[in-house]
Design a binder for this molecule. Sequence first.
Ligand SMILES: [Zn+2]
Ligand SMILES: [Zn+2]
Length: 297
Amino acid sequence: MALLLTMGSLSVADPDDISTTSSPTAHSSLSDHDQFNARDADVIFQSSDGVRFHLHRTNLGVITGAFPGAELDTRDEVVHLAEPARVLEILFQYVYPKRHPDLENLDFQLLAELAEAVEKYEVFPAMNTCVTRLRHYTPQHPLETLVHGIKHDYPKLIDTAAPHLIMSPLVAICEKLPLVCIVPWLRFYSYTREAIFGAARSFIDRKGRYSSCHAGDDEICNQCRSCVLAWIADLEKIESREALQAALMKYQDYPRFEYCSKCSYACMHMPGVAKMCEEALTAIRSFSSFLTGERLA
Ligand SMILES: [Zn+2]
Ligand SMILES: [Zn+2]
């Protein structure tokens, strides 16, 4: 028997993930959840790990978009969900007029599973809270949070996550993105890297070249010029934004070249290049602006 669920426009419950049966497959350790076991409950959900949640269809119908409401009779059948109890016990707390759960200490994996379930079942009161929490995890999990933002249309999450990925290998990113986002990502990637490294190269190229040692801010000797351009080329090969920022801060530790006698351990123009790259990194154009006009869902 298929449940008639109200489908939202962006995310819909996968029919394969929801099934009802009056004689469910035998589960080794079926149990009722301590908190969701009211006697007057009129619908039973069973988690993937065999925990049963007894809920009220009226609440589900009012609060959520993709669960069956009071208008549907599930005939005391059990609705099987694909999520484990640890996700559902948080999700179902949003269905009742009580203080919402504190998501502050959820580890990323659980938060990601919860956020996905919240979108799938359209638990509206939980959506923004989940996304706000996900934004805190963008430095550690930029790709997962970016994909969530794209899939469920959260531009702030997209634009918080995307800059963390600008040094990541293209293939790794494109493998995870929806097809429609790949060309925008290539544009974003090229645009941003040109803003960082192209500008740095131009900064050096604009200076007057001299075969002898450079005499001032607007001049660079050939020896240092070669060294600094090679340093910029090496910076471009770094595969994380954090490592790039560390390399920019420690430009004087760059070991490979010998600069001219005037510059000795580090070329006097390296701080200017580092500052330019840092500023470009903090002023990255939003990835969502490259997605304008793309149909994401
Ligand atoms: Zn010099
Ligand atoms: Zn120099």
